[in-house]
Design a binder for this molecule. Structure first.
Ligand code: NAP
Length: 294
């Protein structure tokens, strides 16, 4: 199973499943594929994939099956009728879902005698196959190690722990971070854009600023873990004064202020809870407990 060219089955050939299968083929893994709509397999067959006629035929072709369908409902629609064929094989589930769904799928796979690893893909299809891109995994480490070479063909495997729900939990947390960051960047882009600065001019400056922000995260992570927010760099009171400048500048230029107003309200709750002279990291207390500062 540690052979570099383990046979792999991919179930689900949407945008993502097709990219996964293509990356495995590219790396030289004998790859069997199955999709509800068989026509989507043609490009992969042209590149050397074997198209199975049924999910069962696909599963028994390889010691490792990677499933990537729309959601868990689709996953069970495909796999439940052929669950017995998973016995003694490994199922790596890259379908997005909740931690609870991952727990349920892990128990279901165990009950079928299958090894199960849950995963989350932290890229879009064009990034699949790049060693820069993270693939998060959770479940028994032995399953990841047994299939590491095939999984490394997809991206950099990042193991989070034995609890199968961790990959989905991190996925949700990281997507939240992505949306907050992208919306903050777009808000800034709209603000400078009101003065005729193009997004392409603003963005390199924004990216340099994000590098500084990553340093703040590292400092604040230790404060969060310690539950102490010294405020020796910038206090919540100072941040509230600063966000007023943003809100004023945006309002004066007709830019939507819902995002900064929300951020200000959250900081004000931290101040109301007694953290005005603490660091921004103290906002975690508000986020952990919706009753704090109200
Ligand atoms: P997609 O292009 O819409 O493909 C969906 C896949 O699910 C297709 O293979 C589709 O089969 C199958 N499917 C849907 N309903 C089904 C059902 N009832 N029975 C059997 N098969 C069914 O979506 P995708 O972008 O590949 O995403 C697949 C998974 O990867 C999702 O969980 C998504 O959240 C996750 N993901 C995607 C990205 C991304 O950038 N695209 C990034 C990270 C994670 P048919 O072809 O027959 O319709």
């Amino acid at each position: 199973m540690n052979s570099e060219y383990t046979a792999v089955t991919v179930i689900g050939l949407g945008s993502m499943g097709s990219a996964l299968a293509a990356a495995l083929l590219e790396r030289g893994h004998p790859t069997t594929v199955w999709n509800r709509s068989a026509r989507k397999a043609q490009a992969l067959v042209d590149r050397g994939a074997r198209l199975a006629a049924t999910p069962e035929e696909a599963i028994v072709a390889s010691p490792l099956t990677i499933a990537c369908v729309l959601d868990y409902e689709a996953l069970h629609t495909v796999l439940d009728p052929v669950a017995g064929s998973l016995a003694g094989r490994a199922l790596v589930n890259l379908t997005s879902g909740s931690p609870e769904q991952a727990h349920e799928a892990a128990a279901w796979a165990r009950s079928q005698g299958a090894d199960y690893l849950d995963g989350a893909i932290m890229t879009t299809p064009p990034g699949v196959g790049s060693p820069e891109m993270m693939f998060l995994y959770s479940g028994p480490r032995a399953v990841l190690e047994a299939h590491r070479s095939a999984l490394a063909a997809l991206g950099d495997p990042c193991y989070l722990g034995a609890d199968p729900g961790l990959a989905s939990l991190y996925d949700a947390a990281l997507l939240g971070l992505m949306w907050s960051t992208m919306t903050g960047w777009l808000h800034g882009t709209a603000l400078v854009g009101a003065e005729k600065t193009e997004a392409t001019a603003f963005t390199p400056v924004a990216i340099r600023w994000l590098t500084a922000v990553t340093g703040f995260l590292t400092t604040y992570a230790s404060q969060v873990d310690a539950g102490r927010y010294p405020g020796d760099d910038a206090t919540v009171d100072v941040q509230i004064a600063a966000i007023d400048h943003l809100i004023h500048a945006a309002a004066a230029r007709g830019v939507d202020n819902a995002l900064p107003e929300l951020l200000k309200a959250t900081m004000e709750r931290a101040r109301a809870a007694g953290y005005g002279s603490g660091s921004y990291a103290s906002v975690i207390e508000v986020l952990r407990n919706p009753a704090v500062g109200r």
